[in-house]
Design a protein around this ligand. Structure first.
Ligand SMILES: [Zn+2]
Length: 338
């Protein structure tokens, strides 16, 4: 809870005040200071402390625009509680349009971090100490990884009913419950008692208008639900589908890919998902759904080889299909964020 001044990165922010801070995150080869820009809005009234982070993966830039819009909306003269907004957490990855840091580490596997560790660990530690500690709720904005796209969705800890309820309030088409991944911002915040909603929407290195709109509304709706602001826009999707398991379906044949089940659609057993053809026009594969589910993500490449992930299907109910491959859970290549 925020009542009175709060201190972030050594700066005291009074009630009714917004301060834009730039603590040192790293230094360049030329010795210049690299900062971690953040805005802290301390409201006039008491209320929860919330953080909103984006671009933990440096090529996942939709959230940067969401943060910019959010900062336009938030007024310290009417806010209750405090909001810290970090539009670009991976300040080194963003410079090189990369998911990873220049040393190839994944910042979202480097929390809580340390003062003496890798580049990633040092940035993670700064965020852990200054933003996660002392917060009541966090929202972390992501997109799909390279050559993939995600339908707007919120991912929350399967054990956390309160976070799931906030995720439904967010109003994205889908809420996906999942176990926490070691070293992720969400996992470390969760260990410290701070529930985090992970938003996923669109793909890397482009602005997806729909995903940005869903996330912008969603963040405002969560702040209203927490009674920090009086008004919020209606939900993008009034009845989000809550799903408890998902898996990637992979190609068995190589060639040209034609997707028949687009992201967002509901599929039933027997529905055609995709066909693969050779470049000379021979049909190599026609893949049908074996389970009921929802397409929550897909490849954006029109060419596939055996083993490549094509569609991410979320399944209604509490079950994983018998043929689910648990190794997917640890597959960093498929790992959007969480
Ligand atoms: Zn991500």
């Amino acid at each position: 809870m925020s009542q009175g001044p709060i201190t972030v990165a050594g700066v005291a922010i009074e009630p009714g005040e917004r301060r834009d801070l730039a603590p040192t995150a790293s230094e360049s080869y030329t010795g210049d200071r690299t900062t971690l820009p953040m805005a802290v809005i301390n409201g006039v009234g008491p209320g929860p402390r919330v953080f909103v982070t984006a671009a933990v993966h440096g090529d996942e830039i939709n959230g940067i625009e969401v943060c910019r819009r959010l900062l336009d909306d938030l007024d310290p003269a009417t806010l209750r509680g405090a909001v810290t907004v970090i539009p670009i957490v991976n300040v080194l990855g963003v410079q090189i349009n990369s998911r990873y840091l220049p040393d190839r580490r994944d910042l979202n596997r480097s929390f809580p971090g340390s003062h003496t560790g890798s580049m990633a660990a040092r940035i993670a530690r700064l965020v852990s100490d200054e933003v996660i500690d002392g917060a009541d709720v966090g929202i972390d904005l992501h997109t799909a990884a390279n050559h993939r796209t995600n339908v707007p969705q919120v991912r929350v800890d399967v054990e956390d009913a309160a976070a799931r309820s906030l995720a439904v309030t967010f109003g994205a088409p889908f809420v996906l419950t999942a176990k926490l991944r070691p070293g992720s911002l969400r996992a470390v915040a969760g260990e410290r008692g701070v529930p985090v909603l992970t938003f996923e929407g669109g793909g890397p290195l482009r602005f997806d208008r729909d995903a940005i709109e869903v996330a912008h509304r969603g963040v405002l709706r969560v702040l209203q639900r927490l009674e920090m602001i009086d008004e919020a826009p209606p939900p993008s999707h009034p009845h989000p589908m809550v799903l408890n398991a998902s898996r990637w379906l992979r190609a068995e044949r190589g060639g040209l890919l034609e997707l028949h089940a687009r992201p967002g659609v509901h599929v039933r057993p027997g529905d055609q998902l995709w066909t693969t053809s050779s470049p000379l026009g021979e049909e190599r594969a026609s893949v049908e759904a074996t389970d009921e589910g929802y397409v929550i993500g897909s490849t954006t490449l029109p060419l596939v080889q055996p083993g490549e992930a094509v569609l991410h299907i979320a399944l209604p109910g509490d079950r994983l299909p018998a043929e689910d491959d648990p190794s997917d859970e640890e597959d960093d290549d498929l790992d959007d964020s969480w």
